[in-house]
Design a protein around this ligand. Structure first.
Ligand code: ZN
Length: 124
């Protein structure tokens, strides 16, 4: 199995309204997102997926989140915009673009800070 990973940052604000009964203040993060794509076959050029192609797909998704108040976006109007749910959201949208029957999204990691990340990982 081959894997390819890229990362990209975006900036957004969110509010998690109930963390153990505690309501935090509206605040922002410079989120870093790392996506890992996997697959068994390489193309004739020896690539699992072209980095430029994968970057464009990720950019298209992050453009919908960058500089937004996440709680007011379509994706997070009902679902809490936690790092965990952001990872699942990106995973779902990116995986929908993997239509070649070979590549699939293995995992999405979302860092809220240098030392705190949440992940959504494909079922084994
Ligand atoms: Zn936060």
């Amino acid at each position: 199995m081959f894997e390819v990973s890229i990362s990209k940052a975006f900036s957004a604000a969110h509010l998690i309204s109930n963390i153990g009964g505690y309501c935090e203040q509206l605040h922002g993060h410079n989120f870093t997102v790392e996506v890992t794509v996997a697959g068994k076959q390489l193309n004739p050029e020896g690539l699992l997926i072209d980095f430029r192609d994968l970057k464009k797909r990720l950019n298209d998704i992050l453009d919908t989140l960058d500089h937004q108040y996440l709680n007011e976006t379509e994706a997070f109007r009902v679902v809490s915009p936690s790092a965990e749910n952001i990872a699942q959201h990106i995973f779902s949208l990116l995986n929908q673009t993997m239509t070649d029957g070979n590549t699939f999204v293995r995992r999405v990691d979302v860092w809220e800070s240098d030392n705190a990340k949440a992940s959504f990982v494909a079922d084994p």
